[in-house]
Design a protein around this ligand. Structure first.
Ligand SMILES: NC(=O)c1ccc[n+]([C@@H]2O[C@H](COP(=O)([O-])OP(=O)(O)OC[C@H]3O[C@@H](n4cnc5c(N)ncnc54)[C@H](O)[C@@H]3O)[C@@H](O)[C@H]2O)c1
Length: 400
């Protein structure tokens, strides 16, 4: 299939371009290379050194024997989006091109507004360009499990059955996002659903859990083909950050009691699931929601898994509690349902310890790079708008 990846230079996008090419698909994509700037704005960099655009293009051609049609440009520019789709004529568009960090979006008014304008505009432009140029193409749109918030009931895949005042319907499950970034994703979900009704577009809205991992098994070792791995408070996701902290002997930074739960999946599963979604498209007018994760854990459980795997390979890993800079429930029910992906062939990777071991061994090679940015490991972006570094809390150890 011909697959256009919007956001192809990012953590998931660059890995996906290679994975899908290995699966026999013809890939093209676009990116404004902004993730590189956002991380630099946080005074950080990827723990794994990443190649520049030209080096990536040359390495891709050397590895796969084909030029990658990767256009550098801003997808908030409608003419650019339209031209990309006119030239490539994709069967599927995987839309990853958004600003993906909750803390970055909570920095201040400027970052909140920019996040929502950027994310909602790229999505609307892609929806319009599909309608105008390739109306049969299937949109695989990345949302996040964070759109649902922390409801005290099971989390269905997008819709649920409701009975009210004696009548029944299948309705949109309420979204209750916890940051300006997550709210932008909720708006996209609504907009995407709307276009399947008014224009008969076909769309899969992926409610993805938190991804972790430095690589997937078939990824080439060429350093110019490696994808990024961030560890700063904004762009480092939980397990990735914990592993970076573990290799430099910094305590793992649990926010509050750390008992809040999230859904997670390794990078290899994210690649597999996105490919399954592309290869099994939605029908015209269909809006599907996939809850995309392997397992859910509390953050404190994960911290102790990282600690025990670290000990196996000789790392002395401490776990400490810090006052929580976010506004979120720390004790809550959490039970997301995952059926749609299983139905089309997804078998989750459940051996999280082995994945974490691969990551730790990988990141040890880049210990000095992480150590040089050690001052960034404790968060200071707070949901109340202030900027104060979180202080250590004296809480008893909850899980071992
Ligand atoms: N990584 C995760 O754990 C995770 C979890 C759930 C959902 N997601 C979603 O998956 C998608 C990809 O995540 P990621 O971790 O690869 O993020 P990323 O920041 O590494 O990738 C996004 C890419 O999109 C590009 N981009 C953003 N706005 C653009 C614009 N206006 N024009 C052109 N390019 C633009 C960025 O430069 C970046 O390279 C995001 O939508 C994110 O919200 C990620």
């Amino acid at each position: 299939m011909r697959v256009f990846i919007a956001g192809i230079d990012g953590y998931l996008g660059w890995a996906l371009a290679q994975y899908m090419t290995q699966q026999g698909h013809t890939v093209a994509g676009a990116d404004a290379l902004m993730r590189r700037q956002w991380v630099a704005e946080m005074d950080s960099y990827s723990a794994i050194p990443i190649a520049n655009h030209e080096e990536r293009m040359a390495a891709f051609e050397a590895e796969f024997g084909t030029n990658l049609d990767f256009r550098v440009g801003d997808l908030t520019d409608y003419d650019f989006v339209k031209t990309c789709l006119e030239d490539f004529q994709p069967d599927a568009i995987v839309h990853l091109a958004q600003m993906p960090s909750a803390p970055y979006s909570m920095l201040d008014n400027k970052h909140a507004v920019w996040t929502q304008v950027n994310n909602i505009t790229t999505n609307l432009n892609i929806l319009y360009a599909i309608k105008d140029v390739v109306p049969n193409a299937h949109l695989v749109k990345l949302g996040t499990m964070g759109e649902y918030g922390q409801p005290n009931v099971d989390i269905p895949e997008g819709f649920f059955d409701v009975e009210f005042n004696g009548r029944q319907d299948t309705l949109w499950f309420p979204r209750a996002a916890g940051s300006w970034y997550h709210q932008s994703k909720v708006h996209d979900s609504h907009n995407t659903y709307f276009t399947t009704k008014i224009w008969n577009l076909r769309a899969t809205d992926i409610m993805q859990g938190v991804v972790f991992g430095t690589t997937y098994p078939e990824m080439n070792e060429n350093p110019h083909l490696r994808t990024r791995l961030d560890f700063d408070q904004s762009f480092g996701t939980a397990i990735n950050r914990f592993c970076a902290q573990a290799v430099v002997g910094h305590p793992l930074t649990l926010y509050g009691a750390g008992t809040m739960k999230r859904a997670f999946l390794p990078l290899r599963d994210s690649m597999r699931c996105l490919t399954l979604a592309v290869e099994n498209p939605a029908t015209a007018g269909e809006f599907r929601v996939f809850n995309q994760f392997a397992e859910s854990y509390s953050i404190v459980e994960l911290a102790y898994i990282v600690q025990s795997v670290g000990q196996e390979i000789g790392l002395d890993v401490q776990v400490k509690h810090y006052d929580n800079p976010r506004v979120e429930k720390e004790e809550h029910y959490y039970n997301p349902i995952r059926e749609n992906l299983d139905r089309i062939g997804y078998v989750p990777t459940t051996d999280v310890k082995s994945e974490i071991k691969v990551m730790l061994k990988d990141l040890i090679q880049f210990k000095e790079r992480i150590e040089a940015k050690k001052q960034l490991l404790v968060p200071d972006i707070r949901w109340d708008g202030s900027h104060q570094r979180s202080k250590e809390l004296n809480l008893p150890e909850t899980v071992q």
